[in-house]
Design a binder for this molecule. Structure first.
Ligand SMILES: [Mn+2]
Length: 304
């Protein structure tokens, strides 16, 4: 249980939003993950767990050109930014349950800003998608495809502007893992930005252990710690059917466990999002339970 850094306090913050995605239902994700017994299990591991409840997005709001439901996404992220920042000020670890992935714009921005006086953070983004579009490159206007680009300062800047003067995370410390459904313009933008990308083909060739060791080095060396943004759509639908944008031939549940276990072993995890659990599409909360297990492993659950 001492594998992780010695912070033993976790704040759970749920975000009931699906306005950033085309398909609805991930707004119920936080409930499904809690229902799997997450709080009880984290406490069993010796954590002090505070549940800060769920952020509920406003019902109405305007869309902008190429940014569907911008106002709702932005208002929700502003609340999340404040909640995550407060959690860090209290000395606790933020654990954010989505909701669609647009919420990472709020959570990562808060972590980057909070640690700004100490140094840069690193980001490991495990996802079938790049989430590296901006309002110019997007083909759909869905904002859950933009947060990684936004927190790195490659736009849309309005997505991460909550009046705080955003601190952008240098791509040199950012890693995308398990992508296998990139849009072409998005992939070109990632290359131009110098993003570190380990797509599925790299995991096939080198194995998850090798890839995660390198990802942890990139995100962890010379930084104050690593933020993990985990989208369950990275996991192949046989194991994680309950997600908004399923993509065939993703990583296995075992590869996902290995990835988060290695992150726990590194002692560098400072904050985490677990997003895109869709209970409507799930089978008997299989994906919700898997999400809960992955979170425990990321926080250093000892199997043996
Ligand atoms: Mn995503």
């Amino acid at each position: 249980m001492d594998k992780l850094n010695n912070n033993r306090s976790i704040d759970i913050i749920g975000v009931q939003i699906d306005f950033g995605a085309a398909r609805k239902g991930v707004a119920m994700g936080p409930l499904a993950i809690r229902y799997a017994g997450l709080k009880k299990d984290l406490r069993k591991m010796g954590y002090v767990v505070r549940d800060k409840g769920d952020i509920i997005p406003p019902e109405d709001g305007m869309s902008l050109r190429h940014m569907i439901k911008f106002e709702q996404v932005n208002a929700t992220n502003k609340q999340l930014y404040n909640a995550v920042y407060k959690t860090l000020e209290d000395g606790h670890i933020p654990l954010v349950l989505g909701g669609d992935h647009s919420i990472a714009a709020g959570s990562v921005s808060a972590v980057a800003k909070y640690y700004e006086p100490q140094g840069e953070i690193g980001i490991i983004w495990i996802d079938a998608h790049g989430d590296w579009n901006n309002d110019k490159s997007t083909e759909t206007g869905n904002m859950h495809g933009m947060p990684f680009s936004a927190v790195c300062g490659w736009g849309p800047n309005s997505m991460v502007d909550f009046g705080q003067k955003p601190h952008f995370v240098p791509t040199a410390h950012c890693v995308q893992v398990a992508g296998h459904d990139f849009d072409r313009p998005e992939a070109e933008r990632m290359k131009k930005a110098g993003m570190n990308v380990f797509p599925m083909s790299d995991i096939d060739r080198r194995g998850m252990h090798d890839i995660m060791a390198e990802a942890i080095r990139i995100a962890g060396e010379g930084t104050v710690g690593i933020h993990l943004s985990f989208d369950v759509d990275a996991i192949t639908p046989e194991y994680a059917p309950g997600t908004g944008t399923p993509v065939a031939n993703g990583i296995t549940a075992r590869e996902a466990f290995l990835a988060v276990e290695m992150l726990a072993d590194s002692g560098k995890l400072i904050s985490m999002d677990l997003v895109e659990v869709n209970p409507i599409l799930d089978e008997r909360n299989k994906t919700g339970m898997l999400a809960s297990e992955l979170i425990q492993m990321a926080f250093g659950k000892i199997v043996y």
